[in-house]
Design a protein around this ligand. Structure first.
Ligand code: PAF
Length: 281
């Protein structure tokens, strides 16, 4: 695996492969890679001749009081894992490469509607930062397809809308959520949890399962959401939302709708904010 930090080397490598008619898959990440990320690399491999990954902790998608500075940066371990999973090229741009005028002066892309609700409402500006950096990375790497994890379901919808509206010539692929045996979805932020919080954390997934059951039994959406919030509070979380939504646009489903839905939750355990979702189909 080659590691490159500058655009010229990135483009030269990708263009050489393209000239040979090779298909290129791309896995953008913020590093601190775990089995969930490596599953995305493997998925990319099944559909590509060459896999490019990026590690960039993107400052513009963190709010002023969020964990940008303490976000785990583990490039040496990440590289070992990527080599093991046969990544061909790792792009590790600097903040200057991604934001030549500085992050505070950067162009910003807002994805309305699907980017405004849930995470967008609780983390103002978050999806502007995600959409902006993803657009930049996709233009820089020029892959045939890019792979995103389904744990960040709303992010995948934001990215799809971005790609569609900018008419970027690539496909978006989704990996599945990788979970610990007790149901906790893998996340770089799990490492912030102390032992007591880690013991409570699986309740997030358990609550999603309870929401699915309860909604499919015929209980009203608002009642299920309210009860899920209380359930999370009882389990020691400070929940931001527990929502039943349409999977394809996050709109609120009509009363009788029972297909194409999912439940999404976001909640804090101490300082650590976790998100998760579960399809009802
Ligand atoms: O999902 C992530 O790790 C990030 O939001 C992404 C897509 C790499 C953009 O910084």
């Amino acid at each position: 695996m080659r590691t490159v930090a500058d655009l010229r080397s990135l483009r030269a490598a990708v263009q050489a492969w393209r000239k040979d008619g090779q298909r290129i898959g791309f896995v953008p990440t913020m590093g601190n890679l775990h089995a969930g990320h490596f599953a995305l690399v493997e998925l990319a491999h099944r559909h590509a001749d060459r896999v490019v990954a990026s590690v960039f902790v993107n400052p513009t998608q963190f709010g002023p009081n969020e964990d940008y500075t303490r976000y785990p940066r583990t490039l040496a371990e990440d590289s070992v894992g990527l080599v093991e999973h046969q990544c061909d090229l790792l792009f590790v741009p600097s903040v200057e490469t991604m934001y030549p005028g500085g992050p505070a002066h950067a162009l910003s892309i807002h994805v309305p509607e699907v980017g405004d609700t849930l995470e967008g409402a609780h983390r103002p500006g978050h999806f502007d930062g995600v959409a902006t950096v993803v657009a930049k990375l996709l233009v820089m790497v020029e892959p045939d397809f890019a792979v995103f994890g389904a744990k960040d379901w709303q992010q995948t919808l934001v990215v799809r809308r971005l790609v569609q509206e900018l008419a970027l010539p690539l496909d978006i692929m989704l990996g599945t959520i990788v979970r610990e045996e007790d149901g906790l979805a893998l996340s770089s932020r799990n490492r912030y949890l102390d032992a007591a919080q880690r013991a409570r954390a699986p309740q997030l997934h358990a609550t999603l399962q309870w929401m699915r059951e309860s909604f499919m039994e015929g209980h009203a959406r608002a009642a299920v959401e309210g009860a899920a919030m209380r359930r999370l509070e009882r389990a020691g979380f400070i929940p931001d939302y527990a929502a039943v939504r349409r999977a394809d646009d996050l709109a609120i489903p009509a009363d009788a709708e029972r297909t194409g839905l999912l439940a999404l939750v976001a909640a804090r355990l101490g300082e650590t904010r976790l998100i998760d979702n579960l399809s009802f189909d």
